[in-house]
Design a protein around this ligand. Structure first.
Ligand SMILES: [Zn+2]
Length: 289
C-alpha cells in the first residue's frame, strides 16, 4: 500500500476510528492464542533407564517416545506450533533432575509427561513369546492420570487433568481404578476425580517441581498382553493424541489470560535439544534387536 495511505490508516487506528486489527494480517479465529501457548510433551524415562518392560519384552521408553512424538505432531497440526518434546538421557536420577531443569527453563504453559503402565512384581505371571520367557499381567487395563497437590499451580494441574480424563472418556477409553486399592502398597493413590480418573501423586518430582501446570499420563498397560498391542497401534496413538489436543485446546482457552505473549519471543526460551526432531524408534525395529 502507498506510504501515505498506510500513514492515514495508522493515524485513524490510533485515533480509534479503525480497529487496530484492520492493519494486521487476517487470521483465523483463535480464542486461545495457540501460536504462543507452549506445551511440553515429556518422554518418560531415558534410553539408558527405560522404565517398565512390556509383556513382549520391549522397553517402556520406546512406547513413550512413539506416543509423545505422535501427540507433538497432532498439536503442531492443530496450530500449537511451540509444542516441544522433552527427551533426556542418562541414569534415572540424573535424567530426572535434567528433565525438571529443562522444563522450567522452557517457560511453558503446560507440562504433560507420557508414560506406560506396568504392575508391581508380585502380580507378574510367566509366558513364552517368540521362544523367550516374559512376565505379564492381564489383570488391569486402561490409562490413569496423576497430579501433584504440591505443584506451584495445583489448580491448573487439576483443571488440565480433568479435561484430559474427560476427553479420553468421551472417546470410550476408561481409566483403571486399581490405584485406590490397598494391595497396591506404596503405589496406592488417592482418586481426586472419579469421573475423569485423576489421582494424586504429590511427591512425584516431575509433577511437584515443575513450575507450570503438570500432569502425568499413564497411557495404558504394556504388561497386559492385549493392551500392549493396542498401545503399539498407530490408530490408538492417534485417538489418544486427539484427546490430548482437545484437552489442550480447552485448557488454553480457559487459561488464556495467564499466558504472557512476551514468553513467545523471550531469547533463549527454546531448548535446542527439546525442539530438535526426535528419533522415533519403530516398535518393530526394537523387536528385531
Ligand atoms: Zn514410566
Amino acid at each position: 500500500m502507498p506510504l501515505r495511505v498506510r500513514e492515514l490508516l495508522i493515524a485513524a487506528a490510533l485515533a480509534g476510528a479503525i480497529a487496530p486489527t484492520a492493519l494486521a494480517e487476517p487470521r483465523p479465529a483463535d480464542t486461545c492464542g495457540r501460536a504462543t501457548f507452549r506445551v511440553i510433551i515429556d518422554v518418560g524415562h531415558t534410553a539408558q533407564a527405560p522404565g517398565a518392560t512390556s509383556a513382549r519384552g520391549l522397553p517402556e521408553f520406546v512406547f513413550n517416545l512413539n506416543l509423545a512424538e505422535r501427540i507433538k505432531q497432532q498439536l503442531l497440526d492443530a496450530g500449537f506450533r511451540r509444542s516441544a518434546l522433552l527427551i533426556t538421557e542418562g541414569p534415572s536420577r540424573k535424567g530426572l533432575a535434567e528433565r525438571i531443569k529443562r522444563a522450567n527453563a522452557l517457560g511453558a504453559d503446560l507440562f504433560l509427561s507420557i508414560h506406560h503402565d506396568s504392575v508391581p512384581d508380585s502380580f507378574l505371571e510367566k509366558w513364552e513369546f517368540e521362544g523367550e520367557e516374559h512376565g505379564f499381567s492381564d489383570r488391569f487395563h486402561g490409562h490413569s492420570i496423576f497430579i501433584s497437590q504440591d505443584n506451584s499451580d495445583r489448580a491448573g494441574s487439576l483443571l488440565f487433568a480433568r479435561m484430559l480424563g474427560n476427553r479420553l472418556r468421551e472417546r470410550g477409553l476408561n481409566y483403571t481404578p486399581h490405584y485406590t486399592e490397598r494391595y497396591m502398597g506404596n503405589r496406592q493413590r488417592l482418586l481426586v476425580d472419579a469421573k475423569a480418573g485423576v489421582y494424586r501423586y504429590d511427591e512425584l518430582l516431575v509433577l511437584r517441581d515443575t513450575d507450570m501446570p503438570a500432569v502425568l499420563l499413564e497411557a495404558g498397560s504394556i504388561i497386559n498382553r492385549e493392551e500392549e498391542l493396542r498401545m503399539g497401534s498407530a490408530e490408538h496413538q492417534a485417538l489418544l493424541g486427539a484427546a490430548v489436543v482437545d484437552a489442550v485446546e480447552s485448557f488454553c482457552k480457559a487459561r488464556r489470560p495467564r499466558t504472557p505473549t512476551s514468553t513467545a519471543s523471550r531469547p533463549g526460551g527454546v531448548s535446542r535439544q527439546a525442539t530438535a526432531p526426535a528419533v522415533v524408534v519403530p516398535v518393530r525395529a526394537i523387536n528385531q534387536r
